[in-house]
Design a protein around this ligand. Structure first.
Ligand code: 1HE
Length: 273
């Protein structure tokens, strides 16, 4: 036996794949593996789940962006390439891990704005599709290369992406390898904004400030009620809308905001431009 206390193994300082910082009421979540084009490994998915399941107190809106030139190259292919012959259950669990994490983004506590640039592909596009407002820089491009890799989407893409662009466009992307550039992506419905290269984070931050300035009940209704109403049948949707609007307008903050407008103390709506 050697003498003295055992010497702990030296742990290399590993940079986390996702970094998070709260500035005022905006939570900035950054994919931080630019050397791997922000490919999403299990650790990154876990970090996203933890962040959005329990955002820090004071956060009212989140902005997701990617470090480096790309938003995300999707699934870290080294996570899947080593599976054995009998790994169907592991594959299901892997996909469901993504589903759980992205549910906390899409139907969590915060409206989420994403900043898309460079590659927004595979699971990266699935992540973007779980956010509420997508700001694309003009160098962004979209692809679903799962077909070329011999796999299928697994991060909720087949549920969310057809709702943005239609199943036919998604089928075309997956079957033929078709890619969209930023302008084509916006025309198809993949982003709501296209901005010059390098200005995506500033635009997303400006939008996040506007979102954070809304009444919390309105943001809750938009994140939680609107997509459910849009997906349900009309009679149930009308009822849900009536209930949600009654709850929102009876909130003290709504009453104060309506009074402020009538007293000419609140901003008017402005035409674009
Ligand atoms: C990766 C990944 C990755 C890059 N997993 N390591 N996604 C894909 O099929 C997209 C694969 N990636 C690419 O097509 C290209 O990397 C990019 C177009 C995104 C960027 O090209 P480029 O020239 O800037 O970078 P690169 O030289 O290809 O990659 C730099 C490094 O990142 C390199 O590693 P290195 O050790 O040789 O430096 C790449 O191997 C590594 N890298 N992308 C692992 N995806 C829940 S299911 C979701 C299913 C999917 O997402 S399928 C789509 C997967």
């Amino acid at each position: 036996m050697s003498e003295g206390r055992p010497v702990p193994l030296q742990q290399p300082a590993v940079k986390p794949p996702v970094s998070v910082r709260l500035e005022g009421d905006i939570l900035f979540v950054t994919l931080s593996r630019p050397e791997k084009r922000n490919a999403l490994n299990a650790e990154a998915i876990g970090a996203l789940e933890r962040t959005f399941a329990a955002p820090p107190a004071g956060a009212r809106v989140a902005v997701i962006s990617g470090e480096g030139d790309h938003f995300s190259a999707g699934l870290d292919l080294s996570d899947l390439s080593e599976g054995g012959d009998n790994d169907v259950m592991a594959g299901i669990a892997h996909s469901m891990m993504w589903h759980h994490a992205f549910q906390y983004i899409e139907r969590g506590q915060l409206p989420v704005v994403s900043v898309l640039k460079g590659a927004v592909v595979g699971g990266g596009l699935e992540l973007a599709a779980a956010t509420h407002v997508r700001v694309a820089e003009e160098n962004a491009f979209y692809a679903l290369p799962e077909g070329q890799r011999g796999i299928f989407v697994g991060g909720g893409g087949s549920v969310r992406i057809p709702r943005l662009i239609g199943a036919a466009r998604m089928a075309d992307m997956m079957l033929t390898g078709r890619t969209y550039d930023a302008a084509g992506g916006m025309a198809a419905g993949l982003s709501q904004y296209v901005v010059p290269a390098g200005s995506g984070l500033a635009k997303a931050t400006e939008l996040a400030r506007a979102i954070a300035g809304n009444a919390p009940m309105t943001n809750f209704a938009v994140v939680q009620a609107l997509p459910r109403i849009a997906e349900t049948d009309a009679p149930a949707g009308f009822l849900m809308e009536a209930l949600m609007s009654a709850i929102a307008q009876n909130d003290a903050e709504a009453k104060a905001r309506m009074r402020a407008f009538l007293d000419k103390k609140a901003a008017k709506v402005r035409a674009p431009g």
